[in-house]
Every structure is written in C-alpha cells, then in structure tokens.
Ligand binder design. Structure first.
Ligand SMILES: NC(=O)c1ccc[n+]([C@@H]2O[C@H](COP(=O)([O-])OP(=O)(O)OC[C@H]3O[C@@H](n4cnc5c(N)ncnc54)[C@H](O)[C@@H]3O)[C@@H](O)[C@H]2O)c1
Ligand SMILES: [Zn+2]
Length: 352
C-alpha cells in the first residue's frame, strides 16, 4: 500500500492507495460513535456489501448534487442518529464525494468524513483537496465548502467495473496532469494501450499514485485555492465553457477537458506563448485518448457567454492556465475581445 501525505494547516490527511486500502476503514471508524456510508445506487449494489455500516443511498448522476438531495441525505443522517462525534464515509464517484462531503461540512456545523473514491476521476482528483459542492440551476458547484476528509482510501481494483465512458472521463484529467506538470504520465498511458480499458486496475495504479502525489503537493501548498491550485484548471476554462454551451449533454467532463487542453494549447500558440513543436506534442497527448468531435451546431455566442460567466474571471478578464511548454502552465488573463479574436480558430483548427 502506498501512503501519500496531504499536509494541511491544522491537520494532516493521508491518501492510502492499494488493493487492501479499504481494510483501513475499521481502524478509522473506531474513532467515532457512529459511522454511516453515503453512496449511490450503482456503487451501493456493487460494493456496499464490503462495508458493513448503515447506508444512505442516492440516485446516480449529477442531478443528485442538489439542495433537495442534500436535504434528504441530512434528514437520513438525523434519523440514523449521527451526532457531532460521528462520521460519514463517501463511497462513490465525484458526485457522491462532493455531496457527502458537503453534507458532512454543514451537518451540526461540520462532522468528519472519509473519502472512498470509486471512479478514476474521483481517485485522482475530486476526492483529494477538500472541495465539496452542490449545483444550482444557475450553474455547477455554486454552493459548497472547503472540508478536508480525514483520510482518502483508494482501491484501484474497483475500476474494473467502471464504464469505458467513465474511464475516458478520468483519463482526460490524467492528460491534464501530464500537460501541467508530469509529461512522463503519457509514457505510462502509451505503454498501457488497450490494457487501460481491459485491466484498468493494473495499468492505472502507477498513474493514480503519480496524480495523487501531484495533487497532494499542490493542495498542501495552497489549501484555500489562492494561487498554485489554479494550475489544476488547465484545459478547464474552455472545457467548462463547452460543457455549459452544450448543456452538459455532448461530452463527459474528461472529454471536455481533453478538448479544452488542445484548444488552450492552440490559444497559447496563437498568443506567441508556446512554440509549434510543443503545440504538436500537447495536441498529440490529447489525441492519445481520442479527442471528441465538437457538435457542428455549437453556438460560439453561447461559448462566449459561458466564458464571461466563468467563476475564475477577475475584473472582466477571463483566466486561462495556458501551457508554456509540455509540463508547464501559467495564468493568462484575457478580455473577451482578445478571446473572440482567436475563438473560432482554436475550436475548429482545421476550418480556419
Ligand atoms: N471536488 C472536486 O475537487 C472535484 C474535482 C473534479 C470533479 N468534481 C465533481 O465530480 C463529479 C463527477 O464525478 P465522476 O466523474 O466520478 O462521476 P459520478 O460520481 O457521477 O460517477 C460516474 C458513474 O459511475 C458509477 N460508478 C462509480 N464508481 C463505479 C465503479 N467502481 N464501478 C461501476 N460504476 C461506478 C456511478 O454510479 C455513476 O453512474 C462532478 O460533479 C464534478 O463537479 C469535483
Ligand atoms: Zn476537471
């Protein structure tokens, strides 16, 4: 088992990775008067039997990150008798992790929780760092709290039951880590080939350890998202805008991130911040997983509107984490007029 420390202001949170990581649960659970698992119907059916605590089961999917389901979960936490000395286990993907973490953050002004992530995206990204959230009709993750888990227990074996689409979604974030900090991840991806999909637990374990190490270092240095953590937004400014402009129906999150990484690399090249060879390398990295096709009826006006509403904007300027070279990104703030000059060319490189 691999242990990666996340060093936070007042506390330390370990990430434990390995096929026996879940065996640590009982040891942690002993610290609390009651422990309850929050999971979704899919994960509960597959893995609920392995964790012998009472369960609160939600519907799978992003719609569960809502006020209504948070309220329902909290009512069930009350009914199960959770006190301020109790804890919650988030067993599932990023949706369960964000929702359960948020409920733990606000229940009786905050109780501890343990992350047991079961999707690739959750194992390398969302379960680490203490960002919890629910969505509003006006936008994703608009309500939330920083609430660090006590421990993150990662068993890569559960990736065997994950759908190909959900694996691809996590792989988009792997390419993000490669482009922003660790190009060597691409060699592991290339070496894995189709095994990544047929035996993900074997071919991805090393990748999970590397990505968790990078995120742990960044979160330890910038727990409250004041600077360094911005790097993790590489590919996400254009990626989020595409998701919003297509009402979250055209891509998985990871696909949107892959497309965003390639498009932001082209933007960086057009601004003179990236040379042609590095651009080709980054585009090639994104194609390793397979770049999604942007729908032909995509509205550039809606992409622009989404960029203007981005939560990261500062003083009417849009924040991009643009690559300066493979493995290195830097924040660049652009006005919407500057973005508009390049938008079509970076979204449709063959056309313009
Ligand atoms: N908090 C953060 O820092 C952070 C970072 C990135 C993303 N997120 C959030 O994460 C969410 C997306 O997470 P996700 O991609 O994990 O999606 P998800 O939680 O919806 O999981 C995807 C699907 O896989 C199923 N599933 C989960 N584990 C499985 C397994 N082992 N085998 C079979 N099926 C399994 C789930 O039931 C679901 O249907 C978004 O809401 C996003 O905003 C949060
Ligand atoms: Zn992401």
């Amino acid at each position: 088992m691999v242990r990666i420390p996340v060093t936070l202001g007042q506390k330390k949170c370990d990430i434990l990775i390995g096929r026996d990581a879940w065996q640590q649960l009982d040891k942690y659970a002993e610290r609390y008067d009651r422990v309850v698992v929050i999971t979704d119907r899919n994960v509960g059916r597959l893995y609920g039997g392995r964790i012998a605590f009472p369960k609160i089961v939600t519907e799978p999917g992003e719609t569960s990150k809502s006020w209504a389901s948070a309220e329902k979960v909290i009512q069930e936490m009350l009914a199960l008798g959770l006190t301020r000395s109790s804890a919650v286990i988030a067993l599932g993907g990023g949706v369960v992790g964000d929702l359960a973490g948020f409920c733990a953050a606000i229940y009786m002004r905050g109780i501890p929780y343990i992350q047991v992530p079961t999707t690739l995206l959750a194992q390398i990204d969302s379960a680490i760092g203490g960002k919890t959230a629910i969505d509003l009709p006006a936008g994703k993750n608009l309500i939330g709290a920083f609430h660090q888990p006590e421990v993150v227990l990662i068993n890569p074996e559960v990736l065997q039951t994950l759908s190909r689409a959900d694996l691809v979604s996590g792989l988009g974030e792997v390419v993000k880590y490669a482009v922003m900090a660790a190009p060597e991840l691409l060699d592991i991806l290339r070496a894995g080939g189709e095994m990544i999909f047929t035996a993900p637990h074997e071919s991805l374990s090393q990748i999970i350890v590397r990505c968790c190490t990078i995120k742990a270092e960044i979160v330890s240095a910038d727990e409250w998202d004041q600077g360094l953590r911005k790097q993790l937004n590489a590919g996400h400014t254009i990626g989020h805008a595409l998701e919003t402009a297509t009402s979250f129906r055209a891509f998985t999150h990871g696909e949107a991130v892959l497309f965003g990484l390639a498009a932001e690399a082209r933007l960086s090249y057009r601004l003179g911040l990236l040379d042609r060879q590095q651009l080709a390398e980054i585009e090639g990295a994104c194609q390793l997983i397979g770049l999604p096709v942007v729908p032909s009826d995509l509205s550039l006006t809606e992409v622009k509107q989404a960029l203007l509403r981005d939560k990261k904007n500062r003083a009417d300027r849009i924040s991009f984490m643009l690559p300066r070279a493979m493995g290195q990104v830097e924040e660049v703030l652009l006005s919407i007029d500057e973005v508009e000059r390049h938008l079509e060319a970076v979204l449709y490189p063959g056309k313009v």
